[in-house]
Design a protein around this ligand. Structure first.
Ligand SMILES: NC(=O)CC[C@H](N)C(=O)O
Length: 207
């Protein structure tokens, strides 16, 4: 349906992948395959140069800890507050949530999305599974989704759009220019979520 590349040949803007821990390379590969200019964000100066940010999958408590250590927590919160497009997958979705359920005692999210997200919500007996998801906003074919110790969105605030469910449990959400999935499109050759993120970036950066 819609294409992540601008029909006019315009660049979608420079996007960053938060590169503290997690599946950074996979996101970089998908974004570059879509024509984006991608940089790794490990500090505030790099964050200041991007028009959109991907929060990768990994371990949300570790990413939180490292973000504080590298002086990134406050700048990320500020940029999200002033309308930075963000795409979070799995741990990244946890970091985007306003509230974490079952987080480690000291763990904090960046927040921004009016949702409550439960960590490791599918239980240890199904640490990892795959599923085909209907995502009407992305059209056909259905999304092949890989869940790895995945979170679930347990409360969805007003203004948050549910994009996908597994057995009635919410696993993909969007609020304005913030996009989050419990699963990992970046490991599945699924590019439509990244295209959608790049569309948000193009709109906001006015390119
Ligand atoms: N694949 C993932 O990103 C897993 C997320 C991890 N369970 C966390 O709490 O951060």
């Amino acid at each position: 349906m819609d294409s992540g590349r601008r029909g006019t040949g315009e660049r979608p803007g420079r996007v960053g992948v938060l590169a503290l821990q997690g599946d950074v390379r996979e996101h970089v590969a998908v974004l570059e395959s879509l024509g984006a200019e991608v940089s790794l964000v490990r500090g505030p100066a790099q964050l200041a140069e991007v028009d959109g940010l991907v929060l990768p999958g990994g371990e949300s408590s570790v990413i939180d800890k490292l973000a504080r250590l590298f002086g990134l927590r406050e700048p990320i919160i500020e940029r999200i507050g002033s309308g930075l497009p963000v795409f979070g997958t799995c741990a990244g979705l946890i970091l985007l949530a306003d509230r974490i359920i079952d987080g480690l005692p000291t763990q904090l999210p960046f927040g921004g999305m009016d949702v409550d997200v439960r960590r490791n919500a599918f239980g240890s007996q199904v640490d990892s599974f795959e599923s085909m998801l209907d995502v009407p906003q992305l059209g056909e074919p259905p999304v092949h989704a890989t869940f790895i110790r995945a979170p679930v969105v347990e409360r969805v605030g007003e203004g948050v759009r549910v994009l996908a469910r597994v057995d009635d449990r919410v696993v993909a959400v969007e609020q304005g220019v913030l996009l989050g999935t419990s699963f990992h499109p970046e490991v599945d050759g699924e590019t439509r979520f990244h295209r959608r993120f790049l569309e948000h970036v193009a709109h906001v950066s006015g390119s």
